[in-house]
Design a protein around this ligand. Structure first.
Ligand code: F6R
Length: 365
């Protein structure tokens, strides 16, 4: 039931404050300001040598954001690949590692095949799924569910932010087990995560501005998304969301790769969407924006007030985000990129809940 919404996709976008809140609440012992994972059973991060993350599509991009969290907060070496490659790579794996599979449906064929390969290589299997009765859940040693509720829109939205919420909780938990994250830092991140529903709601207020922008964007033939650090996989996710529902060609790039090729594409016809949360990389991303501007590029900046001021450019269309701590920013910055894809597609009259050629669950390779 779509309620008062025009599409499932936008209903699910607006459900995120609630389902992210529910997911965080499940893993957070709020009285102690600590994360807890009784689901993990015998899986232990303390002496883990390597974490391998594997998934498809948007779930893969959630894993890609999480790599930054596991490396920084838990000092854990992470490998990540798309399942369709991983399953055939015959990657040698040292027994005793942990393999993490992320899947909304829990039925994605390539992800399941990768899980079975990892098991044959002596890995413990942990999955983050939305459907806990799924095959991937059943074949895992441990399951850390997302609490997104049923996701009907083919384009994944609320499952993504719930996956990110579980993965950040898990990275903090791993950091504590590995003795590299202080109690104070864990409590600080716990507070930030409890604030996520409020911050996400704030970000959703940009909807009207985004709708205004969508007219103009709908005329583009190609769109480039740029980001650095965890905003890089978000740039990939923004491009994926836009292309799958609007059929506009879009690409995500690491902002620092701009001058290694894609800058050749920049002209006054190609919108460049820059995702620049306030973190230690923001200044570098801002200087990439100036390079794009110097070549006449049309820039849409998604960043907070400081980023917008720092560019010192007037011909930048800005979506001004609330001030957000960099640790949780990837979750909140999902809001504008989802809404942007949605409104462009709706403006173009596309069937956003059932895009052509796509299935909600890809059970064949
Ligand atoms: C994109 C999208 C797909 C899925 C991918 C994995 O919006 O929905 O890319 O993320 O097919 O599906 P699950 O998570 O069910 O394994």
């Amino acid at each position: 039931d779509k309620g008062n919404y025009r599409h499932f996709m936008v209903k699910e976008i607006w459900e995120q404050p609630e389902v992210v809140g529910r997911t965080v609440a499940h893993y957070l012992d709020a009285s102690a300001n600590r994360f807890q994972f009784p689901e993990l059973g015998a899986i232990d991060f303390a002496n883990l040598q390597r974490l391998t993350i594997c998934a498809c599509g948007t779930a893969y991009l959630a894993g890609y954001v999480a790599r930054y969290w596991f490396e920084r907060l838990a000092r854990l070496p992470v490998d990540i690949d798309v399942a369709s490659e991983f399953r055939y790579r015959e990657a040698p794996m040292t027994p005793g590692g942990l393999a993490l599979f992320i899947s909304q449906s829990g039925e994605t064929a390539d992800t399941l095949a990768s899980l079975r390969y990892a098991r044959s290589q002596g890995q413990s299997i942990l999955s983050v799924v939305n459907v806990t009765t799924s095959t991937i859940a059943r074949e895992s040693d441990a399951v850390a569910p997302t609490f997104a509720g049923p996701e009907i829109g083919v384009a994944s939205t609320k499952a993504f932010t719930c996956q990110l919420s579980v993965l950040l909780s898990l990275a903090v938990y791993a950091g504590r087990q590995r003795g590299v994250l202080s109690e104070a830092e864990e409590a600080r991140i716990a507070d930030l995560m409890m604030g996520l529903p409020g911050q996400f709601s704030e970000a959703l207020k940009l909807e009207h501005d985004i709708e205004q922008m969508s007219r103009d964007l709908s005329r583009a033939r190609d769109v480039l998304y740029l980001g650095r650090g965890p905003a890089f996989p978000l740039a990939l996710e923004g491009a994926l969301k836009l292309k799958e529902i609007s059929y506009i060609h879009a690409e995500g790039y690491a902002a620092g790769e701009l001058k290694h090729g894609p800058i050749a594409l920049v002209d006054e016809d190609m919108p460049v969407i820059v995702i620049a949360p306030r973190d230690e990389l923001m200044d570098k991303t801002v200087s990439n924006i100036q390079e794009v501007a110097a070549r006449g590029g049309r820039i849409i900046l998604i960043g907070d007030g400081d980023a917008v001021r720092q560019t010192g450019l007037d011909n930048v269309a800005a979506l001004t985000m609330p001030d957000i701590d960099p640790v949780v920013a990837p979750i909140v910055y999902a809001a504008p990129i989802q809404l942007l894809a949605y409104h462009v597609a709706v403006f173009m009259g596309k069937d956003v809940d059932q895009p052509r050629n796509l299935a909600k669950s890809v059970t064949v390779e």
